[in-house]
Design a protein around this ligand. Structure first.
Ligand code: URP
Ligand code: ZN
Ligand code: ZN
Length: 451
């Protein structure tokens, strides 16, 4: 055996128990609750630590051209940061170019990612153009192991309702699934113009230009299209109370509607936009009011939220400053790839949710929902993506100690009780006690299927 982690508190979605976990050739080969006399090349005593599956972050934007620039974490720095926060697989979004077949989009981005990725990775393709035979090329991507696509209802590359509907239908026909960024584009454009013309230019006005109803209406509309086809739909970065209500209702009616939220919507409220650092928090959808924050936590406990993901899309301070006098010039997005699992595990450690729930939201559900059969839980035969978590280690987040290339973080100064102290990727130690120990290019592309 290559690795034996002894006496840790193993966490699954339903159980927490002391056991030894054995690893060989990158896979979990044994989980033993009794005292055992197995021997391994490397033995670790995990007494007092939780032993968890590595998290899967199913929503990242690494080196993405967006907002007049490129997001500041590349495929290496982003995946390095992921591993240092206990995330062992990331799903990055490829933005299809106009006129580009889906497989070409995959090849274009994989050529950049493959030599750089330190953790395992998968892709979703954000569809922009379906004219001619482009819609049919979705099937080639499915065959290449990319069965998940996304549409944006906003931004200059957002799709019309007609395109969204056709993409939903095509996905249904070929065993794929669509995710959606839901906000009402017309309302956003109108409100942005209105506020700017009134001299309302601050980060808080970014929130006012995309308030709760702007997101909720689009959630409703997106769900309507999915319902009309009886097609599954996954709503990314759900951030408002009314949206939670839409999802709850559709699910109660028996529709296959899934929802993701992000740590920034759970940790902060729109008050952050009033502070001197408001620009750093500008993302879309914006962080909403207290009622929405509470509704999201409630939805997590009720099981209406399926996954937590980061929407990691950081920009450096000088880029955020482009919007000092005009919020519409602030590149949208924040860092979070290294903070998701520590934040959710802290929530478990202080009793807000259980450790089992944290594992379900950050590892098991993302793996199941997105067809990563070898990942997301501690079980014999799965990849040995393992995190050791010390529930007593107190950490106050500072950007200096993070492993991203961005020069700031919205998580600065946030205190956490408990922190990951080691991450194993397919059995290899890639992070320990604050230090990255992995290598550029060691991440594998994860080919997936939803069947
Ligand atoms: O503000 C955000 N979320 N930036 C990344 C792109 C997106 O909308 O997901
Ligand atoms: Zn989005
Ligand atoms: Zn996003």
């Amino acid at each position: 055996m290559d690795l034996l982690i002894r006496n840790g508190m193993l966490v699954t979605t339903s159980e927490t128990f002391v056991a030894d976990i054995g690893v060989e050739k990158g896979k979990i080969v044994s989980i033993t609750r009794e005292i055992n006399d197995q021997k391994a090349e490397m033995e670790i005593d995990a007494t007092g630590k939780y032993v968890l599956p590595g998290a899967l972050d199913v929503h990242t934007h690494l080196q993405m051209p967006f907002g007049g620039t490129i997001s500041s974490d590349g495929y290496f720095s982003g995946t390095r940061a992921a591993l240092c926060g206990g995330t062992t697989t990331v799903f990055d979004f490829i933005l299809q170019n106009f006129d580009e077949p889906m497989l070409d989009a995959f090849k274009r981005r994989n050529a950049l990612c493959e030599p750089e990725a330190a953790c395992d990775y998968a892709f979703h393709i954000a569809v922009k153009d379906i004219h001619g035979s482009l819609l049919d090329t979705m099937e080639d991507a499915v065959k290449a192991g990319i069965p998940t696509f996304k549409v944006f209802m906003v931004y200059d590359f957002g799709v019309t309702d007609g395109t969204f509907y056709q993409v939903l239908k095509k996905a249904q026909d070929i065993g794929a699934r669509i995710s959606v960024h839901a906000e009402n584009n017309d309302m956003v454009n109108f409100l942005v113009k209105k506020y700017l013309s009134e001299g309302k230019t601050s980060a808080y006005d970014h929130y006012l230009s995309r308030p709760e109803f702007v997101e909720a209406e689009a959630d409703h509309r997106a769900i309507q299209w999915a319902k009309s086809l009886n097609a599954p739909l996954y709503i990314v970065h759900l951030a408002c109370k009314e949206g939670v209500e839409e999802v709850t209702k559709a699910r109660a009616e028996g529709y296959e509607i899934y929802a993701e939220t992000c740590p920034q919507y759970l940790a902060f409220t729109n008050e952050v936009y009033k502070g001197p650092n408001g620009r750093a928090f500008v993302c879309s959808p914006p962080i909403k009011g207290k009622e929405s924050q509470e509704a999201l936590w409630d939805a997590i406990r009720r099981g209406t939220i399926d996954t937590i993901a980061t929407d990691h899309c950081p920009f450096n301070s000088f880029e955020k400053d482009w919007g000092k006098d005009d919020f519409s010039k602030i590149p949208n997005g924040c860092a979070g790839i290294e903070n998701m699992y520590p934040y959710m595990l802290n929530a478990a450690n202080v009793g807000k949710i259980s450790f089992n729930k944290a594992v379900e939201l950050c590892a098991s559900n993302p793996a199941k929902l997105f067809g990563c059969k070898q990942k997301g839980s501690l079980a014999v035969g799965k990849d040995a993506d393992i995190v050791l978590y010390d529930p007593k280690k107190a950490v106050t987040i500072t950007n200096e100690e993070m492993h991203s290339d961005c020069d700031h973080t919205i998580w600065e100064g946030i205190p956490l009780t408990g922190y990951p102290v080691a991450t194993y990727l397919r059995g290899q130690l890639v992070y320990q006690d604050g230090k990255f120990l992995g290598k550029k290019g060691m991440g594998h592309f994860i080919s997936r299927s939803l069947q």
